[in-house]
Write a new protein. Sequence first.
Lengths: 229, 427
Amino acid sequence: MKKCLLCGQVFVAKVTFVELFSWNKQEAQCICCNCQSKYMRIPDKHCPICFGKLSQDKFCSDCIKWQKIYGQKLLKNHSIYLYNRAFHDLMVNYKRYGDYALHKVLQELCLEDLAKFKADLYVPVPTSPEHLAQRQFDTVSSIYGSLVSLTPVLGKKAGLGAQGEKNRAERLRSAQSFFVKKNFTINFQKCKILLLDDIYTTGRTLYHARDALAEVFPNAKISSFTLCR
Amino acid sequence: MESISNLAGRQWLSSQMDFSTKDGLTKIEAIKDGRCLRCNAKVYAKLPSGKKYCRACIGLGRIVEGDYLIRNKQKINFSIKANGGLTWKGELTSLQAEIARKLTKNYVDGRDSLVHAVTGAGKTEMLFPLIAHCLAEGKRCCIATPRIDVVNELYPRFQKAFSEIKIGKYHGREYQEPGLEQLTICTTHQLLKFFHAFDLLVIDEADSFPYAHNSELHFAAKNAVSANGQRVYLTATPTKDLLVSVEEGKLRKLKLKRRFHGNLLPVPKEKLFLRPFLHQNKINVRLIKEIVKVIQAGHPLLLFVPRVDQIKLYVDALKKEPKFSQIRISGVYANDINRIEKVEKFRAGKIQLLVTTTILERGVTFNHVWVIVVQADDKIYSASSLVQIAGRVGRAKTDPSGLVLFCYHKYTKSIRDAMKQIREMNK
């Protein structure tokens, strides 16, 4: 019997036959199936580039815009869930209110999918220093840190305001705020890098992160992974 | 200093606003001995730094170990209006007046009260004399209720009745600068922001979610009242803890068994169903028959279903049914963007059949409405829920009876208890 981290309801975690006799203790489930069912997976028919919503075109409207700027150099992104009301509420509690315990819920929601991605380096999109000071935790690293080994090569400049508080046009206009930290000596050339973030909204953040990395490591193969699209 | 006196009786987090150096303010550790001093919840969640933080009241701003709560204990002298600012000209029935008199007496005696009154008894009006009495003494009062809808319904009624008093209205769905009002109407969650503020605190719908069985909100309701202040609980279906307090002599119970129009509560009919209510997008034929009866009788119908996702299924299935081609059908749920509009349309008769969840179980009045509860045996319906739902019917003086129908597959304790309570009140 466990208490659901989201609704407080007591529930019985599912145990498979294999787990029952396995020595490796599985990370215990932390939300009940009722809460879990509120998060909708992205349907099979989605934008082949970024997992966004498709209309008539081959790509989604965001990727068509990015094509005008980047041509063929679009960022391949993988996302798992639709950004519906339930996910919005979860992210508000996690990021705005700073409920750190919810990183466990987000981990549980993405661990199976993330395991399918093999990369040489996993790079988290960084939080601004102001947000870090206010929340006292890093939102992205807290989710992925214990699932894969992170290489935090990216830094974020201070004093630029939160993406989440801007509207779509403002987000798209925002300037490059990421930089590659100087003290990294790993050889990034020709390796596979997976950028990790929580939400892909317009793509602005992830494209900036990709650009900062690609400038310093032009031969690296970079793609991205987010929980939501 | 003026801005601080606006915050009299309130408490806030040191990180939110730091006035700790000024007079009249006290500063205490927000988390002490593993408990949050704002909501009294046990604090167990930790930040990466190892510092604990409170998850229970995080919506009002996160409290982390080492933070301080600032409390404003200033006493305020309100200017006193004649008759406490009560301008209401209506009249109480003799039963209501009796309760109102006892409420004031309990208050003068320094005792807390529980008003156990049937749905549609006119509880709000019975409060007027007590509140006028308090306000006339320069005391500070608050009416708190678990539901935002009830706050929105009570506020205009009190504004009208106490037209000379400035009333504060606070709930989480609209931002309001904290002000200093002699009379406050708010949700029970907002009470977490107050400390020893009120001389009288009324908790309306004290049996309803989320206040019922929520220890943080119960703590807040205790904390918001000044050391020698009084509480009044209003409910149609008292929870066990309230009844226990009555037995222990901590609460004086006042019972009102009749509605304001003096008629009995409609006793629900129960119907056992063997087949599913909704199968392959078709509604059970017997259920359709029941709905047809209501429509033919010319009454608007509230059809209660247990879960939000069922609303669309029922609405679609009902619309497909040829017998209902002439009537307008709609569905409403808590986060529906058109919720208020749909409820208004139903009230105006522009929608004849409204499929709904428990959001419309209490605090709302529709003239001539009849009610069918589908799956009344679902665990979402507590006895008090069912009593409240039944209480939607027959509220008007001109039409004091009507149909309440509980449809079930399996007779539950909640249904039995609800029936028992209604019959008991009708004795």
